[in-house]
Design a protein around this ligand. Structure first.
Ligand SMILES: CC(C)(COP(=O)(O)OP(=O)(O)OC[C@H]1O[C@@H](n2cnc3c(N)ncnc32)[C@H](O)[C@@H]1OP(=O)(O)O)[C@@H](O)C(=O)NCCC(=O)NCCS
Length: 154
């Protein structure tokens, strides 16, 4: 099994917008087109981190935004074949560190109530549920799922 420590975490910018868009197809929400990723990276306070395997292959990303003393994780995806190796945990840890360095004292995120992997990862990273947005996500088959708002002080 590949150890997460062999993964490198790099800043993702405009040049990586397409890679992030491709990885977003493994995500729990609608995939992000390259143009959308590029637009997000152009917004004030928005940034991304890419997890790269030893051979250079991208394995996952996190995108976040920092505004004043609050940060928000906007998306986090690990490619299907690369899961359960600690990469998600490493991306969250790197995002928390970057958010802290950027002046944030708390990090927020939204996760679908029916996403056990995401919820378990965030809980193990110290996030706690602070609210619910009822029927926030519309699923492909047309039904609605609550979003849980989670928070962690940093
Ligand atoms: C959620 C996601 C990012 C986890 O990435 P990952 O690299 O597989 O996670 P890690 O290997 O770092 O797992 C860390 C911990 O999270 C929890 N976890 C991860 N996947 C899990 C799963 N499928 N079921 C239950 N717990 C899980 C476990 O506690 C795990 O620790 P352990 O392996 O020691 O038991 C990945 O499943 C993914 O990309 N899913 C689709 C997108 C998504 O749901 N993103 C989050 C909401 S935006």
């Amino acid at each position: 099994m590949m150890a997460a420590s062999r993964i490198r975490i790099r800043a993702a910018g405009l040049a990586q917008a397409r890679v992030v868009a491709l990885l977003s197809e493994y995500g729990s929400t609608e995939p992000w087109p390259t143009q959308a990723v590029a637009r997000i990276f152009g917004l004030p306070g928005c940034w991304g981190l890419l997890a790269v395997r030893p051979g250079g292959e991208p394995a996952g990303f996190v995108v976040a935004r920092v505004a004043a003393d609050e940060a928000e994780i906007l998306n986090l995806v690990v490619a299907e074949g690369a899961r359960r190796k600690g990469i998600g945990r490493e991306l969250v840890a790197a995002a928390l560190e970057k958010a802290r360095q950027s002046g944030a004292s708390a990090v927020f995120l939204e996760v679908a109530a029916d996403n056990p992997a995401g919820r378990a990862l965030y809980e193990s990273a110290g996030f706690r549920e602070v609210g619910v947005r009822p029927d926030y996500y519309r699923q492909r088959r047309g039904n609605y799922i609550d979003a849980l708002i989670m928070k962690r002080a940093i």
